[in-house]
Structure formats: C-alpha cells, structure tokens
Design a protein around this ligand. Structure first.
Ligand code: MG
Length: 176
C-alpha cells in the first residue's frame, strides 16, 4: 500500500553514530537534513553534546551540506543552528513538502541526493519520502516529548513499526 511505503524509512538506526556516512556519500548523497529535537539534541536540552557537535562537524568536513529542519520555533532553532553554523528551516510543519523544498533550496541539492535524518515517522520520514529523499529513522534521544507526540504520534508509530516487523521488511532495513 502506498501509505506504508511513504511511512517506511530507508534506514533505521539506534543512534546517529550508526549512520555510515561514507556509505551515504558513495550512494550519491550530498545533502543531509537533520530534524532537531530528540534527533540531534534532547528536546529539553539547550546545548549539543560534544559528541554530536563533533560528529556534525565531521559530516561537514566530509563534503556534505547540512541543514536543520524543525517544527519548533525560530528562537530555539536559530540559536541552535547558529551554534553549529548550519542553515535552518523552522516552523516547518512537517510532513508538509514546502519546508523540505525550502531546505533543499538552502542546500542546493536535489531530493535524490539528499537524506533526511529524524526520530519521527509521521513528520520526518513521511515528509522526506513524499519528496523521494533517502530517509533515516533514528531512535529518539532521551528528551521529554511534546505531549501530542507522546500521546498520539508514538502510539501510531508503534503500530506501523510492528507491522513492518510482521512483514519482515523491517529487519532488512536495519543497519545492525
Ligand atoms: Mg524530532
């Protein structure tokens, strides 16, 4: 069914650091869009961990263009993006396509050359898949979630991920 294809990440990893950056580059990916909250920083934190900061620097040093795409407000997003010296799209209302297109414009890459890294199926993965990008789902970081995410989105995600497991296509997309 088309809807499940759109919800299905191309890759599912338990941590950012499990993403094989060299492999991404070899497959032609040149741009990476990062969700912010609970993907590269816990939603309740105000500073990046040293590990994440240096990992993101390493990515940029490996000739990737990177951008933050977040549904959060401009104050938080621009402050944190500024710390990493990354462009950002805030108030994104993912999974709408418009913010993803804006991010692509900022990077100057086309969808086929671009990966989306995020912790939520119904915003990050669905939005990225709608434009034909390479979508990577990461296990959410340990940050308190927005109440609607916790109550609604995560429950639906569980259903979808269980379905993938049953169809045994899920295991095929896990990196480890
Ligand atoms: Mg998130």
């Amino acid at each position: 069914m088309l809807i499940f294809k759109l919800l299905y990440p191309k890759l599912y990893v338990s941590s950012l650091f499990d993403i094989d950056i060299q492999n991404l580059y070899q497959t032609g990916i040149r741009g990476i869009l990062f969700d912010l909250d609970n993907t590269i920083i816990p939603r309740t934190a105000d500073v990046f961990s040293a590990e994440v900061s240096s990992w993101l620097k390493e990515i940029r040093g490996s000739n990737f263009k990177a951008c933050i795409i977040s549904n959060n407000n401009s104050k938080r997003v621009s402050k944190l993006a500024g710390e990493l010296d990354l462009p950002a799209v805030c108030y994104a209302v993912k999974p709408r396509r418009k913010p993803f297109r804006q991010a692509l414009e900022l990077l100057g890459t086309c969808p086929e050359q671009t990966a989306v890294v995020g912790d939520q199926v119904f915003t990050d993965i669905l939005g990225g898949n709608r434009l034909g990008m390479f979508t990577i789902l990461v296990t959410p970081m340990d940050g308190k979630e927005f109440w609607a995410t916790r109550l609604i989105s995560r429950q639906l995600e569980k259903l979808v991920l269980n379905l993938f497991k049953k169809q045994s296509i899920y295991t095929g997309c896990r990196q480890k």
